[in-house]
Design a binder for this molecule. Sequence first.
Ligand SMILES: Cc1cc2nc3c(=O)[nH]c(=O)nc-3n(C[C@H](O)[C@H](O)[C@H](O)COP(=O)(O)O)c2cc1C
Length: 350
Amino acid sequence: MSTKRISTTFTRLLDVRTPIVSAPMAGASGGALAAGVVLGGGFGFIAAGYDSASKFSSELELARSILGKHIPDRLPLGVGFLCWQLEKPNSPAVDLLTIALERRVQAIWFSFGTEIGRWAQYVRDYDRKLDDGHKTIIFAQIASVEEALVAVRDWKVDVLVAQGNESGGHGVAASPPLLTLLPAVLSLIRQNEIPVLGAGGLSSGAHAASLLALGASGVVYGTRFLLTPESLYSDAQKEALLGAGVASTVRTMAFDVARGTLGWPSGVDGRGLRNETVEDYDNGRDHSELRQNFDEAMRQGDQSRMLVWAGTGVGLMNEILPAKDVLEELHRACVEHLQLAYSCIASDED
Ligand SMILES: Cc1cc2nc3c(=O)[nH]c(=O)nc-3n(C[C@H](O)[C@H](O)[C@H](O)COP(=O)(O)O)c2cc1C
């Protein structure tokens, strides 16, 4: 890591050296990925996703073992929850939330639900009950200025993640691009009231520098961290990402229909690599046939039909590196580009 640190309201709140964050990614970000990012000086999230309690616990244990035994009763990483999963009746996801809180993770990230305020309160109540001095930091991922206002005023979350339309995986179909959403959100939030992070379509450290210059306090990368040995994506999925061009992604419901993950709040779809599953869906192919072909493709690692979530930045990514190295390179380039931007300011003599 560059010896230079970056200091923002976000890095001070989380006590990290750089404002670079790896996103929770269902089916992709487990304990090894989040721990690698933490070791690099950033902040990493494990996704609870659709995990069973035993799989989820083992990912938390893996992170703990990588981070070492010097952390006795806290885990300096976060866990992301899909709120619509928590909101299902008798949802097993609530057990995962309890497990995460018991392990005293540093942060919880909520997204995609109608009751985020209720779950934020659940976390606050849990902290109050334990009364051990630990305050879990609550992130909310939002995609509009209206939602940002509710998150700050009503849900009283600690960190906002503004997710632009370019983002990989699930998002709000009608969300504005990040360069529109982020300034719009920042114009509503009083300065330093709450850290606002930007997410969506980012691939390099120069992107992080540009968002910090816009006023963000931190920057979230998802797809870039899929291209690490630690990500839980299969080799075939990683190969497909490496082979993707700059215009290869699309927002669609095709993959959720094909794999049967339905129940998202209205207006949510997912951005992934366009392939024959998407074409068949768009052409009105019978859904049971779509599912059969999709299941077979996932079994065989067939890139022409498999699911590969990816943001618009994927075409600029060309190597698989350990998560710690990715983080360090993003930070190094971010510092370099911040210095470059600063050097553009003319002195009085110029
Ligand atoms: C494979 C994958 C899975 C994702 N799963 C989740 C998730 O479980 N919860 C969530 O809030 N966001 C999820 N996202 C979205 C990320 O939080 C983030 O907004 C996005 O990755 C940023 O865009 P980028 O991928 O272009 O960097 C996922 C993204 C990807 C690529």
